[in-house]
Design a protein around this ligand. Sequence first.
Ligand code: LER
Ligand code: MN
Length: 270
Amino acid sequence: MKSAITLCQVTEAAAGPFVFHDPLPDGFAKAKDLGYDAVELFLPGPHAVSIDDIKSLQAEHSLDIAAVGTGAGMVKHGLSLTDPDASKREEAIEFINAMIDFGGQLGAPAILGSMQGKWGGHVSHDQALGWLAEALATFAPRAARHDVPFIYEPLNRYETNLINHLAEGAKYLEAHNLNNIVLLADLFHMNIEESNVAQAILDAGKHTGHVHFADSNRQAMGFGHTDAAPIVAALKEVGYTGYLSAEVFPLPDAHQCAAQEIKAIREALS
Ligand code: LER
Ligand code: MN
C-alpha cells in the first residue's frame, strides 16, 4: 500500500476534509517533503489546471497522482447524477467524463462521491439507483480507455441515501455487471455506517480500490478513536495494494495533520 494526501483548489470546499489548500506548486512540495508517495487532486473542473503543469510538478517532485475528485461538479455547479432534470443529469455525466479524461492522462482514476446525489421528492429510490447504474456503465469503459478504473464511493447517511455500506456497493456492482468500477472505502463514512469496519472490508473482498484513511472524527489517523490495525490487516487480507489517502480535516493545522497522517500510515504498514 502507498500513501497519498489531498490537495484542494476548490474555494467552495475550503472548509472540507482536504489537507493542503495552497497553490499546487506549494502543495506538491509539502507532500514530497513529508514523504508521501502521491497526491489526490480536488480541482474546480477538468480545465482548471493544464495537464502539462501537473506533469511538470509530478516530475519535479516524483509524486504520483492517486486519484482526482469530482465533487466540484456538485459544490460548484450543483450537478448530480440523480437530478430529476434530465438535462442536469446529462451535464453531470459530461462533467465526470471530462474528469475521467483529465485524470486518465495523469494515470489517475476519478472518484464519484457527492455527485451521486440522493433520492426523494419526485425521484424514487429505484429510479435514482437505475440512473446511477446507467451513468456508471458509461464511466467504466471511458476509464478503461486510460487503463484506470473508476471509483465509486459509498457515503454516510447525512450525505446520500443511495448506498451507505461497502457490502451494498459490492452487491450493486455485481448485480449490474459493472466491471472496472471499484469501491472507495472512506473510513470516516464507514465509522458512521458499518457495524465493523474491518469485517466490511473483508466482506467487500476484491471490490475495494481506494481508501480514504480518516480517523473517526475525520482527522488524521491517530487523532480520533479508530483502531487502524485490524482495518489495515483486512485490507492486506483482501490483497489491497492501492493508496491510503489523507482525505481529512487539516487540524490542528495542515502541517501537523499531514505529519500525523504519514506517521500513522507508516506505523500501520510496518
Ligand atoms: C468525498 O471523498 C467524500 O468523502 C465526501 O464526504 C465529500 O463530501
Ligand atoms: Mn471520501
